[in-house]
Design a binder for this molecule. Structure first.
Ligand code: 13P
Ligand code: ZN
Length: 273
């Protein structure tokens, strides 16, 4: 039987970590990634998991995730190292019957714990699972420089950020039609950041944490990476535009809303008023 290290979902997880590191979004241990594993993906490898570890409290209760398995990055581990040494840098965790505790069933072979943002990842997976009828499976948190830079110069307002980022590239309103949610600075890994992010993720797939980074949710690895990439590229263009003295012309609100029909997306018109 092949090793779980060669499973498609494990390889795709490692590829995302590597691609995101190469983009410069993951200095040191910055950022974290989690994937809600499909039953059929894990089934061939159940004999390689170890079910004798103790369950530990998550800190939040995620009832609709009970008995689910997640692949998550380890706390303090570097995205840079995931591809070459996945077994020591990531873990598969199992959520218990109550949805309030987890245990490591594979990985972090030389010790460690899942990302310090685990409660934030799990509470947001819980909401996205419900809101998307199970479609969303990936949550990614990165530290991309241009988006972070904008949190020092734009007002920390979801409408302002969404509109500015949409205007930077025609594809942006199509890729994130609900806009981005913006949150003020908060302590990383705290219950506060988990709960405030959860409130906003009901409406958006992208949340910007002021002076810290971006948190986003998607159906699969490509879509989630692509979302992060699009947001950060728009932010990079805006940084360049501002550095060149600001906009001389742009897309109008009508231009942006005219994309909804042909591209079959529901662009958030509240952000176009
Ligand atoms: P972890 O190493 O615990 O995942 O923390 C990194 C981070 O970016 C926290 O926001
Ligand atoms: Zn972070």
């Amino acid at each position: 039987m092949s090793s779980i290290i060669d499973a498609g979902f494990v390889k795709a997880f490692a590829k995302l970590c590597d691609d995101a590191y190469n983009k410069g979004w993951h200095e040191r241990n910055g950022g974290n990634l989690s994937y809600r594993i499909k039953d059929e993906e894990l089934k061939p490898y159940l004999s390689q998991l170890s079910f004798d570890g103790e369950f530990k409290p998550i800190g939040v209760t995620v009832e609709n995730l009970k008995n689910e398995f997640f692949l998550v990055t380890g706390s303090g581990k570097y995205f840079q190292n995931v591809k070459a040494d996945i077994e020591n840098n990531v873990a598969i965790i199992e959520i218990d019957e109550s949805g309030s505790a987890y245990r490591i069933v594979w990985g972090l072979a030389s010790g460690g714990v899942p990302t310090s943002e685990l409660p934030t990842h799990l509470i947001n997976h819980s909401i996205k699972k419900e809101k998307t009828n199970g479609l969303h499976r990936v949550i990614m948190h990165s530290h991309p420089a241009n988006t972070i830079a904008l949190t020092f110069v734009l007002p920390l307002d979801s409408k302002v950020f969404s509109r500015e980022l949409w205007e930077m590239m025609t594809e942006c309103p199509i890729v994130f039609p609900r806009g981005v949610g913006v949150l003020p600075w908060m302590v990383p890994g705290s219950a506060d950041i988990a709960l405030k992010t959860a409130e906003r993720i009901k409406e958006h797939d992208v949340i910007i944490w002021a002076h810290h980074g971006v948190f986003c949710s998607g159906a699969d690895f490509d879509e989630t990476f692509g979302l992060m990439h699009t947001v950060e590229k728009a932010a990079e263009i805006l940084v360049k535009v501002l550095s060149c003295g600001g906009k001389r012309q742009t897309m109008s609100a009508d231009d942006i809303s005219s994309l909804s029909g042909p591209y079959k997306v529901n662009i958030n018109t509240d952000y176009l008023k």
